[in-house]
Design a protein around this ligand. Sequence first.
Ligand code: NDP
Length: 251
Amino acid sequence: MNKAFEGKKVLITGGSKGIGKGIAQAFYSEGADVGILARSEEGLKAAKEEIGNIETFVCDVTVDGERQNAFQWFIDTFGGIDVLVNNAGGSSGGKIADTSMEEFTQAMETNYFQAVHFSKMAYEQMKERGGAVINITSIFGKEAGGKATYNNAKAALISFTKAAGNEWIKDGVRVNSIAPGSILHPTGNWQKRIEENPEAMERFVEENIPAGRFGNVEEVADAALFLASQEARWLVGTTLTADGGQSRMNI
Ligand code: NDP
C-alpha cells in the first residue's frame, strides 16, 4: 500500500529534537524523503540514528548565509521541495523592563525572520509545482501567556502565515501554521520544569489544560501531516490550535 507522502520532499528546520524530530519521524513513516537542520551535529546524528534514512545538515537558522547554504543543500540533495516545516524557534528574555533590545531582536531572528526567509526560498521552488509551508507558532502568539519577546515573534509569524497564505495560494502554495499549547518531550522546557518542581507542574496542568495532561510531539506531528495533505487543500493562511483545550480564546 502506498504511504501518504511517498516520494514527497520535506525540509524541517530544528528537526533534531522535540517537536521537529516528531514531525520528521511522522513524515518519514509516511514515506517522505526528509531533510532536517539544526546547529548541533551530534544532535542531528542522534536523530538520524533514531529515525532512519533521513538527511541532515548543520545550520544556524539565524545566520543568513547558513540558511541559503542549507536550502541549496536540500534542493541539490532531493531535487526539489514539496513541504517546508519552519519549526526552529524558542523562548528567551523575561519581564520587558529587564529584557534588552538585543534579546528582542534575537527573538525575532530565532522565531520570525528566519522562517520568512526559508518560506521565500521555498516559494521560489514551489510556485512551479505547488507545495505546503507549515509554520510552528504557539498559542502564545495568539494570546497573553509567554514572554513578550516570544509572543511578539510568534504573533508576527501567525500574521506572516496569513499574508503569505493569501498571496501564494494562486500558485498552489499553501501556507498554514500550527499553534501548539504546552508540549512535553524529554529535551524540552516542560520536562525541565517538571524535574525542578513536579507539584507546581501538576497544578499547572490541572488549572490550565482541560485535557488534563501535556501534549506530546506525535499530536503536533499529526496536525502537520494533515496540513501538508490534500485533505487540507482548503486551509489557507490559517493557524490550527493543537493544545488539548489550553488556550482561552473563544474565537
Ligand atoms: P526544542 O528546543 O526541544 O528543539 C528545538 C529544535 O530546533 C532543536 O532541533 C534545535 O537543535 C533546533 N534549533 C534551535 N535553535 C536553532 C537555530 N538557531 N538554528 C537551527 N536549529 C535550531 O524545541 P521544541 O521542540 O519544544 O519546540 C519546537 C518549536 O515549537 C519551536 O518553534 C517552539 O517555539 C514551538 N513550540 C513549542 C512548545 C512546547 O511546549 N514545547 C509549545 C508551542 C510552540 P540545536 O539546538 O542543535 O540547534
